[in-house]
Design a protein around this ligand. Structure first.
Ligand code: FES
Length: 73
């Protein structure tokens, strides 16, 4: 199973994170090489969305993201 973090860059998620601050934070947590951008993950109503280890998550805050993603080693 992929350990990459897929960051949705669909329209709703772009609107939810216009400054890309959540995307940048995800990069900081897991490392730049583990981040991939993807199309809509189907969670538009609760955007911002990511996919990790085959699970999709709606990440609204940085602290929620910290609970989902592994720390960079
Ligand atoms: S645009 Fe991100 S889940 Fe649909």
């Amino acid at each position: 199973m992929s350990k990459k973090v897929y960051i949705c860059r669909g329209k709703s998620c772009k609107s939810a994170d216009p400054e890309k601050s959540l995307e940048k934070y995800a990069r900081k947590i897991v490392g730049k090489d583990k981040i991939k951008k993807t199309k809509c993950l189907g969670l538009c109503k609760s955007a911002f969305a990511i996919e990790y280890k085959g699970e999709k998550y709606s990440c609204i805050t940085k602290s929620e993201m910290e609970g989902i993603l592994p720390l960079k080693k």
